[in-house]
Write a protein that binds this ligand. Structure first.
Ligand code: 3Y8
Ligand code: NAP
Length: 248
């Protein structure tokens, strides 16, 4: 009897949860506890860490999980690595639902970097108007270049003071091209820092940068251990042995 654990927290994971609920498959949806009011799901939901690899392995055994679907974000590297290790330890089938990275088109002006520190180094010395669209957890390194005018965007209001002076937008997305164009023009943004999340929920800022001819410092995805990965919900449903109304 199938009992699936969905490691969620993304728009794709929400689409998958809807399909799994529609198919009547026994499943649990898991959030990491990062935001104050995560979106509701049509499945039993848990919130917060498992307690590392051993905590996840214990959870799998205790809850009788038969399949694990890693539908977390491409930058949720620790969760993704833990899922590979815990599923290997417990012999549980694992599949990743992972959207393709965005690929640069000729009209894009991208400076591709490996990580946040390289993104800071890629900023010019001369004052620029920088939109940091990388969330709340990884902005501290930008404090080493305080000469810039920063606009940040968080899902929730910050608990404490920001590590440097910045304009803050609190919004959870997904975002639209029109709204991104209006925001960038209003704030005279001259440069954007983004992570190559892929998917549609965050790509509007990349399209807006192209329209406005703005450079994007694009942070590449972390390297992850090999595991079975697909890009579509229908393929996950087939892997679970269920046909889907998506027509696959
Ligand atoms: C808690 C679940 C939906 C899902 C929305 C997607 C789209 C909008 C794009 C920008 C970039 C960023 C950030 C972002 C996107 C979707 C999707 C996506 C980027 C929620 C959610 C959770 C989180 C966690 C949050 C991180 C933060 C990252 C903001 C829910 C809304 C920047 C990633 O304050 C914090 O601690 C927030 C942390 C991890 C990255 C960071 O390091 O700060 N996502 N985002 C999930 C959990 O607890 O398990 O609250 O409902 C999900 C979504 N975020 O409903 O359509 O699917 O990708 N999320 C990035 O760099 O791309 C925003 O602003 O342009
Ligand atoms: P991370 O750094 O890879 O994970 C750190 C720890 O958070 C994990 O080791 C685990 O704790 C816990 N965790 C993360 N995701 C979890 C989940 N879905 N269920 C249960 N525990 C989880 O993760 P992150 O980058 O902070 O992402 C956290 C959540 O936000 C994920 O659900 C992810 O899909 C979502 N999200 C992240 C981004 C992003 O940019 N990273 C963007 C959009 C959405 P334990 O070790 O204690 O088990």
């Amino acid at each position: 009897m199938t009992r699936a654990l969905i490691l969620g927290g993304t728009a794709d994971a929400s689409l998958l949860a809807a399909e799994i609920a529609r198919a009547g498959i026994d499943a649990v949806y898991s959030y990491g506890g990062r935001t104050r009011a995560p979106a509701d799901q049509p499945l039993p939901t848990r919130n917060g860490g498992f307690g590392g690899v051993s905590g996840l392995a214990d959870y799998i055994r205790r809850e009788g999980i038969t399949h694990v679907i890693d539908a977390t974000h491409p930058f949720a590297a620790e969760m993704r690595r833990n899922a590979v290790a815990a599923c290997a330890e417990t012999g549980t089938p694992l599949i990743a639902l992972e959207r393709a990275p965005w690929t640069r088109v000729s009209a894009d002006n991208w400076i591709e970097v490996a990580d946040v520190n390289a993104a800071v180094a890629a900023l010019p010395d001369a004052r620029a108007n920088v939109f940091l669209a990388i969330g709340r957890q990884h902005i501290a390194p930008f404090a080493t270049k305080p000469q810039h005018v920063y606009t940040l965007r968080f899902v929730d209001p910050p608990e404490g003071p920001l590590p440097f002076a910045a304009e803050l937008i609190v919004s959870r997305g997904p975002f639209t091209l029109e709204a991104e164009l209006e925001m960038m023009r209003k704030r005279s943004i001259t440069r954007i820092v983004a992570r190559n999340s892929g998917g549609d929920g965050a790509r509007a800022k990349i399209d807006a940068a192209r329209v406005l001819g703005l450079p994007v410092i694009m942070i590449a995805r972390p390297q992850l251990p090999e595991r079975l990965r697909v890009e579509g919900v229908a393929e996950i449903m087939q892997w679970l042995g269920h046909r889907t109304c998506l027509g696959a």
